[in-house]
Each structure stands twice: as structure tokens, then as C-alpha cells.
Design a protein around this ligand. Structure first.
Ligand SMILES: [Zn+2]
Length: 62
């Protein structure tokens, strides 16, 4: 598996999203948002997607 650098600052967000089954509003930009530290709250849909993409498992463990 491609091990990218974990997004540590997103672990809390990710766990909360999974455990509370939060449904974020779908992305309005083709789900192509860049998730940067400065704008990570702009699109939570892409942010969650990014978490999954880097290999965080759905039960909340990195
Ligand atoms: Zn987005």
C-alpha cells in the first residue's frame, strides 16, 4: 500500500465523521478540492474523502 504521510490534524475530524455518521454536503467542485491546512474547513466532503484516500480505515484507526 502506498503509505503517505498521515494527516494527523484530520484524525479527530475523521473519527467524528465516521462515528456520528455525519453526511456532509456534496462537493460543488467536482470533488477535486485541494485540502490544505489553511482551507481544510472549506469543503468537508473532500476532506473526508481525502482521509479515506490516504488509508484511514472506517473504524477510525489510522
Ligand atoms: Zn470539495
Amino acid at each position: 500500500m502506498n503509505r503517505q504521510k498521515p494527516l494527523f490534524f484530520d484524525l479527530g475530524f475523521f473519527r467524528r465523521s465516521i462515528q456520528q455518521k455525519i453526511q456532509y454536503r456534496p462537493c460543488t467542485k467536482n470533488q477535486q478540492c485541494s485540502i490544505l491546512r489553511i482551507n481544510r474547513n472549506r469543503c468537508q466532503y473532500c476532506r473526508l474523502k481525502k482521509c479515506i484516500a490516504v488509508g484511514m480505515s472506517r473504524d477510525g484507526n489510522p
